[in-house]
Design a protein around this ligand. Structure first.
Ligand code: DOR
Ligand code: ZN
Ligand code: ZN
Length: 354
C-alpha cells in the first residue's frame, strides 16, 4: 500500500471544553483526536466554561494548553458585552476575535448595535474577526466588516443562499473568507430521522439543495473546518440535547473519499485543510511536521473507538476511502496505525503572526 505524504492539517474551528467541561473534552483528549485525524494545528473556540473573554480566562486556557496539549493550539477571545477594549488588548495572544451573532451552545451571544460597533471599532485591523452567522446574519457581518475595514471569517457556511452571497461579495472585493464543515457537505436534513439528536448542531443540517449548493461553490471556500463540538451520548439523549457533533477524526477520510470520487483534487484538499486556514489566520507552520495517508484503503467509519472523549460520530456506518497511517509533529512520530504517541504537554500554544 503506497502512502502519500501531506502537510499536517490545520482545523481552524474546534471546541476543546477545557477547563470547565472536561467530561466532554480536554486539551489532552481533543488534541489526541486531532492527531488521529491528521490535524497538527487546531484553533480553539471561546465558548468554554467560563467563556474565554478576558485576560484571566485566556491565561488559564493558555497554561492548560502548554501543560497538556499534544499539537499546536491557537485560542480565540470571545466578544461579550463590555469587553471590546480588553479583547482588543488581548489580540496578540490569540488567533482572532469570535463573535456569536446567533444562538448556539453557551451564553456567548452578541447582537445589539452598541456591542457590535464597539468590537468592530476596537479590534486591531489586519487580525481576523470570526463569526457564527446564520442566514441574514451573514450580510450583517459582511456589512459591519466592510464599514470598519476589518477582515471577516465566516464560520460553518451551510446554505446555498449564504455561499452564493459570499461569492458575490468576494467578487466585489469584500475582505472576507469562509469555511465549510464536513457535516454540512456529507449530511443533510434527510439524515435527521436516522441520526436523531446525534444530527443536531448549529447551524443545523440543511436541505439536500443547500448541500448541493455547497459542493457547487466549493471553489468559494477558503477552509474546511470541523466545528468539532463534543457532547456525551448521555447529554445527546436528554430532552433538550446540546447542539454539536465531533468531527476531528473523520474530516480527512471524508474529504479523501471526495477526492477518490473526483469531487475535488488532492491539491485542493491540501489548500482547504492546510494552506487556506494558515493563510486566513496567518499561522506559523510547525517545523518537521507531516502526515502519511493511504488513499486506497477502504473502510467504514465505526461508532466507537475514537480518541475524542464522547467517542461517537454522526458519520458512523459511512463507507470511506483513504486512511491516515502516520503523523509526525515537530520531528516526533505522534500517531501511527491507530495509536496516539504524542505525550501530553508536547503541543505548543500558537498565535497569529500579523
Ligand atoms: O453545534 C454547535 N455546537 N454550534 C456551535 O456554534 C457551538 C457548538 C458547541 O460549542 O457545542
Ligand atoms: Zn458556530
Ligand atoms: Zn463552533
Amino acid at each position: 500500500m503506497a502512502t502519500v505524504r501531506l502537510r499536517g492539517l490545520v482545523d481552524p474551528h474546534v471546541h476543546l471544553r477545557d477547563l470547565g467541561e472536561t467530561h466532554k473534552e480536554t486539551y489532552a483528549t481533543g488534541t489526541a483526536a486531532a492527531l488521529a485525524g491528521g490535524v497538527t494545528t487546531v484553533l480553539g473556540m471561546p465558548n468554554t466554561k467560563p467563556p474565554t473573554i478576558d485576560q484571566a480566562t485566556l491565561t488559564r486556557a493558555a497554561e492548560a494548553v502548554r501543560a497538556t496539549a499534544r499539537c499546536d493550539v491557537g485560542l480565540f477571545v470571545g466578544a461579550a458585552q463590555g469587553n471590546a477594549q480588553e479583547a482588543a488588548r488581548l489580540a496578540p495572544q490569540t488567533v482572532g476575535l469570535k463573535i456569536y451573532l446567533d444562538a448556539t451552545y453557551g451564553p456567548l451571544r452578541v447582537n445589539d448595535w452598541a456591542t457590535l460597533l464597539a468590537h468592530f471599532r476596537a479590534w486591531p485591523r489586519g487580525r481576523v474577526i470570526a463569526v457564527h452567522a446564520e442566514e441574514l446574519s451573514v450580510p450583517l457581518a459582511v456589512g459591519l466588516a466592510w464599514a470598519h475595514g476589518q477582515r471577516l471569517h465566516l464560520c460553518h457556511i451551510s446554505r446555498r443562499e449564504e455561499i452564493a452571497f459570499i461569492q458575490a461579495a468576494k467578487a466585489q472585493g469584500a475582505p472576507i473568507t469562509c469555511e465549510v464543515c464536513p457535516h454540512h457537505l456529507f449530511l443533510d436534513e434527510t439524515d435527521l430521522p436516522r441520526l436523531g439528536a446525534l444530527g443536531l448542531m448549529r447551524p443545523p443540517l440543511a436541505t439536500p439543495d443547500d448541500r448541493a449548493g455547497l459542493w457547487e461553490h466549493l471553489d468559494v471556500f477558503d477552509c474546511v473546518a470541523t466545528d468539532h463540538a463534543p457532547h456525551t451520548r448521555e447529554e445527546k439523549a436528554q430532552p433538550t440535547p446540546p447542539p454539536g457533533v465531533p468531527g476531528l477524526e473523520t474530516s480527512l477520510p471524508l474529504m479523501l473519499t471526495a477526492v477518490a470520487e473526483g469531487r475535488l483534487t488532492l491539491d485542493r484538499l491540501v489548500e482547504l485543510m492546510h494552506s487556506g486556514p494558515r493563510r486566513v489566520y496567518r499561522l506559523p507552520n510547525p517545523p518537521d511536521t507531516w502526515i502519511e495517508v493511504d488513499p486506497a484503503d477502504r473502510w467504514t467509519i465505526p461508532d466507537h473507538g475514537f480518541q475524542t472523549r464522547p467517542a461517537w460520530s454522526p458519520f458512523a456506518g459511512m463507507a470511506v476511502q483513504g486512511r491516515l497511517r502516520r503523523a509526525t509533529y515537530r520531528g516526533r512520530l505522534a500517531f501511527e496505525d491507530g495509536q496516539v504517541l504524542a505525550p501530553e504537554g508536547s503541543g505548543r500554544l500558537v498565535q497569529s503572526t500579523v
